[in-house]
Ligand binder design. Structure first.
Ligand SMILES: [Cu+2]
Length: 263
Protein backbone atom coordinates (compact mmCIF):
# COMPACT_ATOMS: atom_id res chain seq x y z
CA UNK A 1 0.00 0.00 0.00
CA UNK A 2 1.25 3.52 -0.79
CA UNK A 3 1.83 5.80 2.21
CA UNK A 4 -1.10 8.00 1.18
CA UNK A 5 -3.43 4.99 1.03
CA UNK A 6 -2.19 3.87 4.43
CA UNK A 7 -2.85 7.31 5.83
CA UNK A 8 -6.41 7.47 4.57
CA UNK A 9 -7.09 3.95 5.83
CA UNK A 10 -5.91 5.04 9.26
CA UNK A 11 -8.09 8.14 9.08
CA UNK A 12 -11.11 6.05 8.12
CA UNK A 13 -10.44 3.74 11.06
CA UNK A 14 -10.30 6.69 13.44
CA UNK A 15 -13.58 8.05 12.10
CA UNK A 16 -15.25 4.66 12.38
CA UNK A 17 -14.12 4.19 15.95
CA UNK A 18 -15.56 7.51 17.07
CA UNK A 19 -19.03 6.49 15.91
CA UNK A 20 -19.09 3.30 17.93
CA UNK A 21 -19.94 3.14 21.57
CA UNK A 22 -18.83 0.68 24.21
CA UNK A 23 -21.61 -1.44 25.64
CA UNK A 24 -21.41 -4.00 28.38
CA UNK A 25 -23.62 -6.86 27.28
CA UNK A 26 -25.59 -8.95 29.74
CA UNK A 27 -27.38 -11.01 27.16
CA UNK A 28 -29.83 -13.86 27.37
CA UNK A 29 -31.83 -14.97 24.34
CA UNK A 30 -35.27 -15.37 25.98
CA UNK A 31 -36.59 -12.68 28.32
CA UNK A 32 -40.19 -13.89 28.63
CA UNK A 33 -40.30 -17.50 29.75
CA UNK A 34 -43.38 -19.67 30.02
CA UNK A 35 -41.81 -22.71 31.65
CA UNK A 36 -39.12 -23.27 34.27
CA UNK A 37 -35.69 -23.95 32.88
CA UNK A 38 -32.05 -22.97 32.60
CA UNK A 39 -31.19 -19.71 30.88
CA UNK A 40 -27.80 -18.89 29.43
CA UNK A 41 -26.25 -15.48 29.97
CA UNK A 42 -23.34 -13.89 28.13
CA UNK A 43 -21.27 -11.08 29.64
CA UNK A 44 -19.32 -9.41 26.84
CA UNK A 45 -17.86 -5.89 26.55
CA UNK A 46 -18.22 -4.88 22.94
CA UNK A 47 -19.53 -2.54 20.26
CA UNK A 48 -22.87 -4.22 19.47
CA UNK A 49 -24.25 -1.93 16.77
CA UNK A 50 -21.08 -1.72 14.69
CA UNK A 51 -20.35 -5.37 15.49
CA UNK A 52 -16.64 -4.65 15.74
CA UNK A 53 -14.01 -5.85 18.21
CA UNK A 54 -14.77 -6.76 21.83
CA UNK A 55 -12.66 -5.76 24.82
CA UNK A 56 -11.15 -8.05 27.46
CA UNK A 57 -13.22 -8.19 30.65
CA UNK A 58 -11.65 -8.86 34.02
CA UNK A 59 -13.30 -10.95 36.72
CA UNK A 60 -16.52 -9.00 37.51
CA UNK A 61 -16.78 -7.24 40.88
CA UNK A 62 -20.39 -8.38 41.25
CA UNK A 63 -22.91 -10.49 39.37
CA UNK A 64 -26.25 -11.27 40.94
CA UNK A 65 -29.99 -11.67 40.48
CA UNK A 66 -32.81 -10.12 42.49
CA UNK A 67 -36.12 -11.98 42.64
CA UNK A 68 -38.97 -10.53 44.73
CA UNK A 69 -36.49 -8.40 46.66
CA UNK A 70 -34.17 -11.31 47.42
CA UNK A 71 -30.62 -11.01 46.09
CA UNK A 72 -28.60 -14.06 45.06
CA UNK A 73 -24.87 -13.83 44.32
CA UNK A 74 -24.07 -15.52 41.01
CA UNK A 75 -20.33 -14.89 40.78
CA UNK A 76 -19.60 -18.59 41.41
CA UNK A 77 -21.56 -19.48 38.27
CA UNK A 78 -19.34 -17.38 35.99
CA UNK A 79 -17.32 -19.22 33.41
CA UNK A 80 -14.44 -17.47 31.64
CA UNK A 81 -14.66 -17.82 27.85
CA UNK A 82 -12.90 -16.55 24.72
CA UNK A 83 -15.54 -14.54 22.91
CA UNK A 84 -15.21 -14.48 19.14
CA UNK A 85 -16.05 -11.29 17.29
CA UNK A 86 -16.62 -10.90 13.56
CA UNK A 87 -12.99 -11.50 12.64
CA UNK A 88 -10.78 -10.02 15.29
CA UNK A 89 -8.93 -11.79 18.07
CA UNK A 90 -11.20 -13.33 20.71
CA UNK A 91 -11.82 -11.28 23.86
CA UNK A 92 -12.03 -12.38 27.50
CA UNK A 93 -15.70 -12.66 28.44
CA UNK A 94 -17.95 -14.67 30.75
CA UNK A 95 -20.97 -16.89 30.48
CA UNK A 96 -23.31 -18.23 33.14
CA UNK A 97 -26.36 -20.45 33.46
CA UNK A 98 -29.21 -19.72 35.84
CA UNK A 99 -32.21 -21.85 36.71
CA UNK A 100 -35.54 -20.00 36.53
CA UNK A 101 -38.21 -21.73 38.60
CA UNK A 102 -40.93 -19.44 39.92
CA UNK A 103 -43.14 -16.89 38.19
CA UNK A 104 -42.07 -13.26 38.35
CA UNK A 105 -39.34 -10.81 37.45
CA UNK A 106 -35.65 -11.68 37.66
CA UNK A 107 -33.42 -8.59 37.74
CA UNK A 108 -29.84 -9.46 36.79
CA UNK A 109 -27.10 -7.01 37.75
CA UNK A 110 -23.46 -6.87 36.70
CA UNK A 111 -20.69 -4.68 38.09
CA UNK A 112 -17.64 -5.24 35.89
CA UNK A 113 -14.14 -4.39 36.99
CA UNK A 114 -13.12 -1.05 35.40
CA UNK A 115 -11.66 -1.43 31.90
CA UNK A 116 -8.67 0.62 30.81
CA UNK A 117 -9.48 2.32 27.50
CA UNK A 118 -6.00 3.03 26.26
CA UNK A 119 -7.11 5.26 23.37
CA UNK A 120 -8.66 7.76 25.82
CA UNK A 121 -6.53 6.93 28.90
CA UNK A 122 -9.68 6.52 31.01
CA UNK A 123 -11.22 3.61 32.86
CA UNK A 124 -14.76 2.57 31.92
CA UNK A 125 -17.09 0.67 34.25
CA UNK A 126 -20.53 -0.09 32.85
CA UNK A 127 -22.90 -1.24 35.58
CA UNK A 128 -25.45 -3.29 33.69
CA UNK A 129 -28.98 -4.66 34.15
CA UNK A 130 -31.10 -7.15 32.22
CA UNK A 131 -34.57 -8.24 33.31
CA UNK A 132 -36.20 -11.60 32.63
CA UNK A 133 -39.81 -12.59 33.37
CA UNK A 134 -41.45 -15.94 33.84
CA UNK A 135 -45.14 -16.68 33.66
CA UNK A 136 -46.19 -13.18 32.51
CA UNK A 137 -46.47 -12.21 36.17
CA UNK A 138 -44.77 -8.90 36.99
CA UNK A 139 -43.17 -8.70 40.45
CA UNK A 140 -41.03 -5.59 40.46
CA UNK A 141 -39.24 -5.03 37.16
CA UNK A 142 -39.13 -1.30 38.04
CA UNK A 143 -37.53 -1.74 41.47
CA UNK A 144 -34.08 -0.12 41.72
CA UNK A 145 -31.29 -2.52 42.65
CA UNK A 146 -29.41 -0.02 44.81
CA UNK A 147 -26.45 0.11 42.42
CA UNK A 148 -24.09 3.14 42.45
CA UNK A 149 -25.75 4.16 39.20
CA UNK A 150 -28.52 2.41 37.28
CA UNK A 151 -31.31 2.90 34.78
CA UNK A 152 -34.74 2.04 36.18
CA UNK A 153 -37.18 1.06 33.41
CA UNK A 154 -40.48 2.94 33.28
CA UNK A 155 -41.90 0.51 30.72
CA UNK A 156 -41.77 -3.26 31.03
CA UNK A 157 -38.26 -3.91 29.74
CA UNK A 158 -39.00 -7.40 28.46
CA UNK A 159 -42.08 -6.36 26.51
CA UNK A 160 -41.48 -3.26 24.44
CA UNK A 161 -42.99 -2.93 20.98
CA UNK A 162 -41.15 -1.55 17.99
CA UNK A 163 -42.78 1.74 17.06
CA UNK A 164 -43.62 2.53 20.69
CA UNK A 165 -41.41 4.38 23.14
CA UNK A 166 -39.29 3.35 26.06
CA UNK A 167 -38.67 5.56 29.09
CA UNK A 168 -35.98 5.02 31.67
CA UNK A 169 -34.98 6.89 34.80
CA UNK A 170 -31.29 7.32 35.49
CA UNK A 171 -30.26 7.16 39.13
CA UNK A 172 -26.96 7.99 40.76
CA UNK A 173 -26.72 6.80 44.36
CA UNK A 174 -30.51 6.40 44.28
CA UNK A 175 -31.22 9.99 43.18
CA UNK A 176 -32.35 11.10 39.69
CA UNK A 177 -29.37 12.12 37.56
CA UNK A 178 -30.17 15.11 35.29
CA UNK A 179 -28.45 16.24 32.12
CA UNK A 180 -26.59 12.98 31.45
CA UNK A 181 -25.94 11.75 27.93
CA UNK A 182 -27.21 8.25 27.21
CA UNK A 183 -26.07 6.38 24.12
CA UNK A 184 -28.47 3.97 22.45
CA UNK A 185 -27.66 0.90 20.36
CA UNK A 186 -29.11 -2.43 19.35
CA UNK A 187 -27.37 -5.78 19.10
CA UNK A 188 -26.68 -5.88 15.40
CA UNK A 189 -25.50 -9.48 15.08
CA UNK A 190 -26.64 -12.99 15.86
CA UNK A 191 -25.28 -14.23 19.17
CA UNK A 192 -24.26 -17.88 19.26
CA UNK A 193 -24.11 -19.03 22.88
CA UNK A 194 -22.78 -22.45 21.87
CA UNK A 195 -19.83 -20.97 20.00
CA UNK A 196 -19.45 -17.90 22.28
CA UNK A 197 -19.52 -15.60 19.28
CA UNK A 198 -21.10 -12.75 17.38
CA UNK A 199 -22.01 -13.50 13.76
CA UNK A 200 -19.89 -11.97 11.01
CA UNK A 201 -22.95 -10.50 9.30
CA UNK A 202 -24.82 -7.54 10.68
CA UNK A 203 -28.62 -7.58 10.93
CA UNK A 204 -29.45 -3.98 10.14
CA UNK A 205 -28.25 -0.47 9.48
CA UNK A 206 -25.62 1.38 11.52
CA UNK A 207 -26.50 5.07 11.98
CA UNK A 208 -23.71 7.43 10.94
CA UNK A 209 -23.34 8.92 14.42
CA UNK A 210 -24.25 7.74 17.91
CA UNK A 211 -27.94 7.77 18.89
CA UNK A 212 -28.21 9.91 22.02
CA UNK A 213 -30.79 11.00 24.58
CA UNK A 214 -30.16 13.43 27.45
CA UNK A 215 -31.85 12.87 30.81
CA UNK A 216 -34.23 15.59 32.02
CA UNK A 217 -34.46 17.20 35.48
CA UNK A 218 -35.96 13.98 36.88
CA UNK A 219 -33.32 11.78 35.28
CA UNK A 220 -35.82 10.59 32.67
CA UNK A 221 -35.17 9.89 29.01
CA UNK A 222 -37.51 8.55 26.33
CA UNK A 223 -36.63 6.89 23.06
CA UNK A 224 -38.89 5.72 20.22
CA UNK A 225 -37.88 2.15 19.40
CA UNK A 226 -37.57 2.07 15.60
CA UNK A 227 -37.15 -1.67 15.06
CA UNK A 228 -37.45 -4.99 16.88
CA UNK A 229 -34.36 -6.25 18.63
CA UNK A 230 -32.33 -6.08 21.79
CA UNK A 231 -31.78 -2.41 22.59
CA UNK A 232 -29.27 -1.02 25.07
CA UNK A 233 -29.00 2.32 26.84
CA UNK A 234 -25.67 3.47 28.27
CA UNK A 235 -25.77 6.63 30.38
CA UNK A 236 -22.24 7.92 30.60
CA UNK A 237 -20.35 8.99 33.70
CA UNK A 238 -23.43 9.07 35.94
CA UNK A 239 -21.89 7.04 38.78
CA UNK A 240 -20.41 8.59 41.93
CA UNK A 241 -16.90 7.21 41.40
CA UNK A 242 -14.84 9.46 39.12
CA UNK A 243 -11.38 7.98 39.59
CA UNK A 244 -9.81 4.51 39.55
CA UNK A 245 -6.16 3.72 40.18
CA UNK A 246 -5.18 7.36 39.74
CA UNK A 247 -6.95 7.79 36.41
CA UNK A 248 -10.27 9.18 35.28
CA UNK A 249 -13.17 6.73 35.56
CA UNK A 250 -16.40 6.83 33.58
CA UNK A 251 -18.86 4.90 35.73
CA UNK A 252 -21.81 4.29 33.42
CA UNK A 253 -25.29 2.76 33.77
CA UNK A 254 -26.46 0.26 31.13
CA UNK A 255 -29.91 -1.29 30.67
CA UNK A 256 -31.00 -3.82 28.05
CA UNK A 257 -34.57 -4.18 26.79
CA UNK A 258 -36.23 -6.41 24.22
CA UNK A 259 -38.43 -4.97 21.52
CA UNK A 260 -40.70 -7.07 19.35
CA UNK A 261 -43.12 -6.29 16.55
CA UNK A 262 -46.76 -6.16 17.65
CA UNK A 263 -48.20 -8.34 14.93
CU1 LIG B 1 -14.12 0.82 21.85
Amino acid sequence: MKPTALLSAAAALTLASTAQAHFQLLYTPEVMLEKPGDIDLALVFGHPMENSHSMDMGQPEAFFVVFKGEKTDLTDSLEAVDWQGPGDEPADAYTATYKIRRNGDYLFGLVPVPYMEGAEDVYIQQITKTIVNKGAMPTGWNEPLGLPTEIVPMNKPYQVFAGSTFTGQLLSEGEPAAGVECEIEYINSEIDLEADSFSKEILGPVPSTAIVAITDDNGLFTFGIPRPGVWGFACLGSGPDKEYEGKELSQDAVLWINATALE
